[in-house]
Unconditional design. Structure first.
Length: 434
């Protein structure tokens, strides 16, 4: 991923240096296990650890690979340059390249998941804080982009919190599912390596042994992992889209923080654009872009082919780096989001009480008017607000058919905002607990 949308801790997981360090640890721990089993001499296993403080030379490995056309063999050749050819002759014994590649990849994905989980916890804290801050800040709810009924800004934040809390559980499940390793040999039969070696390596790397592998770890695990990341990305876009709408000039119920010296447009000095949430919408597309290839990687030929390899070399780093950046950016946006309660109230009242239509409809039916007639009466007066700019309550009070069923006091009561917020505490208790 380009540096503009990257953060160093996640980038470090996918660096060649980190990859080769994990490869080394897999090989060294495997040698230890084989020595414990008496398969190789103990001194040879110990000799491999002479390289534990070595900074592997990426350029040198690339140079060797240019000849061998095989990345794992290039690494093993370079390792032997540090350990000694004779001492390293038992390294990789009974193993196949995928034992190293797949186990390493899952270590990297697990570490990436740990960062994403921490990111999500930070975002949840920001959403909860803003939800509590604006629990009773009334705003209009919209369906189809059209004014519906009153809600609160706190409920908006709370529903995003609940969605992201589900995503936190999805990330934890994905991390659990991906944290397996395989050191099972050429087609996964352990013909040339003892299963105890796999168990030892996995324990040292914080993984579980894959119950049954072929020459690769089954890719349904990876498909589930990237699918979970895709869902998180869509939830990021969900929040970003709401903020973008709220920042529209004719709405202006909230806007991204605009810092001193910030410029919104090279041509129009007045502009304050929702550039961060627009950026998040684009980044979400990049993350979701990995989901279909990950799903298509599940179907491999027989015990293994490498049609998945090029895909994963791209989507592993790009997707996790992008999502890490997006979660951090969204947390900042939520933390600093500027809320305009007065504008929210003004927008809600823009159509002069029209948003209370359902209360009047229900009151008429409870007063004995058929639902069809009640709907007709309410809609008749509502259309005058839409088309002629009338006041909804005034029109109702002047409608003889309406006042025949409802008193002026009963009509007046139907315009109480508190009616719509009376269960906010109940919803908050469901979302955040008591």
């Amino acid at each position: 991923m380009i540096p503009r949308y990257s953060r160093p801790d996640m980038v470090a997981i996918w660096s060649p240096e980190t990859k080769f360090r994990i490869w080394y640890e897999i090989e060294a721990h495997a040698c230890d296990a084989m020595a414990d089993l008496g398969v190789i001499p103990r001194e040879n296993a110990e000799a491999v650890w002479k390289a534990k403080d070595v900074e592997f030379d990426v350029a040198r490995i690339d140079e060797i690979e240019a000849v061998t056309k095989h990345d794992v063999i290039a690494f093993l050749t370079h390792l032997a340059e540090h350990v000694g050819s004779d001492e390293a002759r038992f390294v990789h014994q009974g193993m196949t390249s995928s034992d190293v590649l797949d186990t390493c990849f899952n270590v990297q994905l697990s570490r990436a998941a740990d960062i994403l989980i921490a990111d999500m916890e930070g975002l949840l804290a920001a959403l909860k804080r803003r939800a509590l801050e604006h629990k009773d800040t009334v705003r209009i709810g919209r369906s189809h982009g059209i004014h519906a009924e009153p809600t609160t800004m706190g409920l908006t934040f709370a529903r995003f919190y609940a969605e992201m809390d589900r995503n936190l559980r999805r990330l934890k499940t994905a991390r659990e599912e991906i944290a397996t390793g395989a050191i099972s040999g050429a087609v996964g039969t352990f013909a040339n390596i003892d299963p105890a070696v796999e168990e030892h390596v996995c324990e040292k790397l914080g993984l579980r042994p894959e119950p049954i592998s072929t020459q690769v770890i089954p890719r349904d695990r990876h498909a589930a992992f990237f699918a979970a990341l895709g869902v998180v990305a869509s939830s990021i876009e969900n929040i970003a889209t709401e903020i973008r709408h709220m920042q529209r000039t004719e709405v202006l119920e909230a806007e991204e923080f605009f810092s001193a010296g910030q410029k919104g447009s090279s041509a129009m000095p007045h502009k304050r654009n929702p550039v961060l949430t627009e950026n998040l919408t684009g980044l979400a597309r990049l993350v979701r872009m990995a989901v279909v290839p990950a799903l298509e990687n599940v179907a491999l030929w027989h015990e293994r082919d490498i049609s998945h390899s090029s895909v994963e070399r791209n989507i592993g780093p790009d997707t996790t780096i992008t999502l890490d950046f997006a979660l951090a950016r969204l947390t900042t946006v939520v933390d600093k989001l500027v809320i305009y309660p007065e504008n929210m109230l003004a927008n809600m009242n823009k159509f002069r009480g029209l948003v209370m239509s359902q209360r009047v409809l229900l009151a008429l039916t409870q007063a004995g008017v058929s639902r069809e007639d009640a709907y007709r009466l309410v809609q008749r007066n509502a259309m005058k607000v839409w088309e002629e700019g009338k006041d909804f309550k005034t029109e109702l009070l002047g409608d003889a058919e309406v006042t025949a069923a409802l008193s002026a006091e009963e009509i007046e009561e139907k315009f109480d905002l508190g009616y719509h917020t009376k269960h906010v505490d109940t919803i908050f208790a469901r979302v955040f607990g008591t």
